[in-house]
Design a protein around this ligand. Structure first.
Ligand SMILES: Nc1ncnc2c1ncn2[C@@H]1O[C@H](COP(=O)(O)OP(=O)(O)OP(=O)(O)O)[C@@H](O)[C@H]1O
Ligand SMILES: [Mg+2]
Length: 388
């Protein structure tokens, strides 16, 4: 890739962590593709269908989960190809090199199983990725974040929490498995007291740890939002739910006892309702636009977009200074929707961040202001030169 030369000397401190090389095999529209970067912002341009979002999606697989499209892993494979997909990234963390590879497991017929290698060693589970990389993204699909159900908002928050507490991913995973197991036992009427008590103990321990970690991050994020640049709207965020209410009023140990009792008491009701009534799977991240004292879901489309960008940028700011993992910010098609003032404010904020930021757009001219301080990759070109 041709990195653009500086027009003016770069005065800002560059990030010291980020992706230096990304290689994709049989990943969506990419057959074999490899490209190198430095740690400045990366601007991906190209016509519709050039593969810009696919490249960001590949980066989103550097953390646990199903990536930013929440695709089935079998869908990600290049259509018509028999080969399993994989991505490989060479990352730099203040001089130290880290190699991460992930993709469909070539050794099993299970088309939804992802394998991960970190510095050449097979990881026990993809949750291990949270120790190394932390990714925040903003995509056009997230325009509905305030309108759709709480699950998307919880996922958004949890991705951020991974950056502070790498054990969070594993805890969530275990919590969800055990929740399903308890549901199944109740549905089948297998009311084995000891079995249920064992499962509920895990739900209590993990459920409270998950909620405490989320609350901690929401508190820190609220502080960043209060001091956010005036170009972004203020957003007031809070974590709401029964467990959160209990934790607001009482010490953690008491809440543990209370949750244990409530789970045992609610078994009949939970069986009838087909769900567990208490726990972090019921929490919601609530956003208010304080200028209007309005819930985000009731704000106009433009106001919602601005609130979301504000929260994403505050999250990035928090992550860039607080995480031990390598932080990455992916902004898919964000620039085209901003007026000149907001665009300049966003570019300024990106250049101040100590994290590698990736931006996409069909028109390179929209990123003119970043000339000299960013690297530009025109995807049509790059795919032609890099395809081997
Ligand atoms: N599994 C797959 N196998 C092969 N090609 C795929 C697969 N999934 C998606 N594609 C193709 O990849 C191409 C690039 O998609 P991508 O979403 O990255 O484009 P884009 O550059 O972001 O475009 P836009 O500007 O419209 O957002 C599309 O033509 C799409 O059909
Ligand atoms: Mg796209």
């Amino acid at each position: 890739m041709e990195a653009t030369q500086f027009k003016v000397p770069y005065k800002l401190e560059q990030p010291t962590r980020g992706v230096e090389r990304l290689s994709l095999s049989y990943f969506r529209c990419y057959e074999i593709f490899s490209v190198s970067f430095d740690l400045r912002p990366v601007i991906l341009t190209g016509p519709n269908g050039a593969g810009k979002t696919n490249l960001l999606e590949a980066l989103s697989f550097l953390i646990p989960g199903r990536g930013m499209r929440r695709a089935r892993l079998s869908e990600v494979k290049q259509q018509d190809s028999q080969h399993p997909w994989s991505i490989s990234a060479l990352l730099q963390d203040q001089g130290e090199k880290i190699q991460i590879g992930t993709g469909l497991d070539p050794e099993t017929s299970d088309s939804e199983r992802r394998v991960t290698k970190i510095n050449g060693e097979k990881a026990k589970s993809q949750s291990d990725l949270a120790e190394w990389v932390s990714v925040i993204w903003l995509t056009p699909q997230m325009d509905r974040l305030f309108l759709d159900g709480p699950q998307g908002r919880r996922r958004f928050l949890d991705r951020l929490v991974y950056g502070f507490d790498p054990g969070h991913a594993q805890r969530l995973n275990r919590y969800e498995q055990v929740l399903k197991e308890r549901g199944l036992l109740l549905r089948q009427g297998r009311l084995d007291r000891y079995w249920l008590e064992g499962l509920e103990e895990t739900l209590v321990n993990d459920g409270i740890a998950i909620t405490v970690a989320r609350r901690e991050v929401v508190g820190q994020l609220s502080n960043v939002l209060k001091n956010q640049s005036k170009a972004f709207p203020q957003a007031e965020i809070s974590l709401e739910g029964d467990l959160e209410n209990l934790l607001r009023e009482r010490p953690v140990l008491e809440v543990e006892d209370e949750m244990r009792c409530l789970l045992a008491e609610n078994r009949d009701e939970d069986r009838l309702m087909g769900r567990t009534s208490l726990g972090p799977h019921r929490s919601d991240l609530v956003t208010v636009y304080p200028e209007k004292n309005q819930l985000a879901a009731l704000c106009s489309t433009g106001e919602q977009k601005a609130l979301l960008l504000s929260i994403v940028m505050a999250s990035a700011q928090l992550l860039s200074v607080r995480t031990g993992a390598i932080p990455l910010l992916l902004l898919d098609e964000v620039i085209a929707h901003l007026d000149d003032v907001r665009r300049t404010a966003l570019f300024d904020a990106i250049l101040q961040l100590k994290m590698q930021t990736w931006l996409t757009g069909t028109d390179a001219s929209l990123f003119e202001e970043l000339q000299g301080n960013a690297q530009f990759l025109s995807l049509k070109e790059a795919r032609l030169v890099s395809k081997t």
